[in-house]
Design a protein around this ligand. Structure first.
Ligand SMILES: O=C([C@H](O)CO)[C@H](O)[C@H](O)COP(=O)(O)O
Length: 202
């Protein structure tokens, strides 16, 4: 949910809840509304996994711990961060019994090697991710993300402009989680868009 107001996020979450397993709070939403957004979404949807896309770049244990205290079930730490930042976030995950995901956004050169390194630090999975700015460049496709997921051979999610046309290939590549943002929140009918994505992913 890359909306920036909590009320928008609560509305969106309610619209799509029947079709999603995880509610992910995008980084802009957390920056705009703070950790209270995590608490509010979890309170409204206690049956869903709440994923706080912190994209932590430093102080991994501290930041991940703050999000877990607020109610997050999963948080992201930057895969490009210092090894000890990733390890710190994983330590917080172990303390709270929750999951840490290494977001591989910005890791482009030799991404598979870094995926294999961070996987050894105990993250639950890696997110192979092309951010909104990378997606906006001409010629962008999701294929390079899928190829690296298959090459790495470790649990992974894909984020990078997944659509109803591409979500089947994400599943076929073996992804554990498909993260869909704009395909849902930019749709005229987010509930119908989420339902269509789910039907193509199952
Ligand atoms: O993580 C994301 C981005 O960096 C802004 O927070 C997006 O939520 C993620 O890329 C999924 O959104 P779409 O790419 O629009 O599907």
């Amino acid at each position: 949910m890359d909306v920036v107001k909590l009320d928008q996020a609560l509305t969106l979450a309610r619209q799509v809840a029947d079709s999603v397993d995880i509610l992910e709070l995008g980084t802009p939403l957390i920056k705009s509304e703070g950790l209270r957004a995590i608490t509010a979404i979890k309170a409204a949807h206690p049956d869903k996994l709440v994923f706080a896309d912190l994209k932590t770049a430093d102080a991994g244990e501290l930041e991940a711990g703050l999000a877990f205290e607020a109610g997050a079930d999963l948080v992201t730490v930057m895969g490009a961060a210092d090894d000890d930042t990733v390890r710190g976030a994983v330590a917080a995950g172990r303390k709270y019994g929750k999951d840490v995901v290494a977001d591989m956004i910005t890791v482009v050169d030799d991404r598979v090697s870094r995926i294999l390194e961070v996987s050894k630090f105990g993250v639950s999975f890696v997110e192979i991710h092309a951010g909104l700015d990378e997606q906006a460049r001409p010629g962008y496709t999701i294929q390079a993300l899928l190829d690296d997921g298959q090459k790495a051979g470790v649990p992974f999610s894909i984020a990078g402009g997944i659509t109803v046309e591409t979500i089947g290939s994400v599943r076929a590549a073996g992804a554990r989680v498909a993260v869909a943002g704009g395909a849902i929140y930019n749709a005229k009918d987010p509930a119908a868009a989420a339902k269509a994505l789910k039907s193509r992913a199952s």
